[in-house]
Ligand binder design. Structure first.
Ligand code: 3MF
Ligand code: MG
Length: 433
């Protein structure tokens, strides 16, 4: 036990009218939404890195937070784990996610890094058993240490590729032991700063080989979780290879990996790529690639990956609308890849940021479910494409240009435009959010 969250009560559902700051207004784990418990729909996870490892620095200044677990020893790592599990308990969040470097000190040798990770993973294992908290995903941080400055799998130095492969092996082993539902690969520095020193083609081959080896190893050890990759267009590199959903899918298809991998889609990354979150989710769903989501938001003025807690219900509702239309999560869930602002120093800030994010997700989910149950949106979508339900339309897709040309002339076809009803559709959405 730490005394970090000492004065903070267990957060419980009290409904929208409560004036208790330390209560959920919408997140009600047992509430049934479209026949499934809310908790089982959302599968919420705390991100270890932002909530416990990040020190509050920005490009202009260092640490602002003062945490009893800041320090580079195994004792600190255990105090950090104690505090993390206390937060999971206070929030009743069913899952967490971590990178290796979030949870252990950094050593000079790979062997020391992996044995420290194993020791902490065992420590987690005991706590997970006691509390019932589960691991949504584990991952390796292959982007912070200076050895990764030119990438991990795509590094021009084969020794960095080797170090990365061995690090992933250790993280996948730990994730497997902890019963992780997924394993994530975010290509942190897989990209380039300048084409003048970069061999794009070679780097893609290296990245694909690493991913193939991860898939082979997963099967070898019997890890049943899903391998996920996470699109992001830029930051930290000027150009990240896993730019967006479409680019990731093209890459996976090219190397024949599309059946083994799905996507972890982040709101902020979607926006950085010039898309909406719902666009990325809908595209992934249409490709059968929707895996999990990193829930956050960016500041729309800054143009940077600010990783703030979500607080915009209409946006979140449209995101869950796509998730529900795709049938909901299977192994995936909603990971709060979100951090406090660096002036939010207090333990209360950390707890209430999650409480607010959880409530926004719950509201978004309930609104999305209500839109689906209402059915108007889907009925209008179906009606818009109804012409394609006819035999002649279906046959046309199996025919050729010359016969289509003949039919247009024979039937003297003159297509009449029909309204897309966008504003009416938006009005319907606004009834629910
Ligand atoms: C960066 C991210 C990452 C990934 C994480 C797991 C630090 O913008 O979103 O968070 O989510 O590395 O892949
Ligand atoms: Mg992320």
């Amino acid at each position: 036990m730490t005394d970090f969250f000492n004065d903070i009560p267990q957060i419980r559902y009290e409904g929208p009218d409560t004036d208790n700051e330390f209560a959920f207004r919408h997140y009600n784990p047992d509430e049934m939404v479209m026949g499934k418990r809310m908790e089982d729909h959302l599968r919420l996870a705390v991100a270890y890195w932002h909530s416990f490892a990040w020190e509050g620095g920005d490009p202009f200044g260092g640490r602002t937070f003062d945490r009893p677990w800041f320090g580079d020893t195994m004792d600190h790592a255990k105090i950090k784990a104690d505090a993390a599990f206390e937060l999971f308990g206070i929030l009743g969040q069913p899952f967490f996610c971590f990178h290796d470097v979030d949870v252990r000190p950094e050593f000079d040798s790979l062997a020391d890094n992996i044995s420290a990770l194993d020791e902490i993973a065992d420590y987690f294992g005991g706590k997970m058993e006691q509390t019932g908290t589960k691991l949504l995903w584990g991952t390796a941080n292959l982007f912070s240490h200076r050895r990764f400055m030119s990438g991990a799998a795509t590094n021009p130095d084969p020794d960095v590729f080797a170090w990365s492969a061995a690090t992933i092996k250790g993280c996948l082993d730990a994730t497997h032991r902890l019963g992780g539902a997924n394993y994530v690969m975010w290509g942190g520095r897989e990209g380039y700063e300048t084409l003048l020193n970069t061999d794009l083609g070679r780097e893609a081959e290296q990245m694909a080989r690493m991913l193939s080896m991860v898939i082979d190893y997963k099967h070898k050890i019997g890890f049943k979780g899903q391998i996920l990759i996470e699109p992001k267009p830029q930051e930290p590199t000027k150009h990240q290879y896993d730019f967006d959903v479409a680019t990731c899918y093209g890459f996976l298809k090219r190397f024949g990996l599309e059946d083994e991998v799905r996507l972890n889609i982040e709101q902020g990354h979607a926006i950085l790529a010039g898309h909406s979150f719902e666009h990325e989710l809908a595209l992934a769903a249409s490709l059968g690639m929707l895996g999990s989501i990193d829930m956050n938001r960016n500041d729309y003025q800054s143009g940077w990956d600010t990783d703030q807690f979500p607080n915009n219900t209409p946006e979140v509702a449209l995101a869950y609308y796509e998730v529900l239309r795709a049938g909901g999560f299977t192994t995936g869930g909603t990971n709060f890849d979100a951090k406090l602002r660096r002036q939010s120093l207090d333990p209360e800030d950390l707890v209430l940021a999650h409480v607010g994010g959880m409530d926004v997700c719950a509201r978004g989910l309930k609104a999305a479910a209500a839109m689906i149950e209402d059915g108007t949106l889907e009925a209008w979508r179906a009606e818009r494409y109804a012409g394609w339900d006819t035999d002649s339309a279906r046959q046309m897709l199996q025919s050729d240009l010359a016969s289509i040309d003949k039919r247009v002339r024979d039937e003297d076809l003159r297509p009449e435009p029909r309204s897309g009803r966008q504003e009416r559709l938006e009005n319907i959405v606004n009834r629910f959010v």
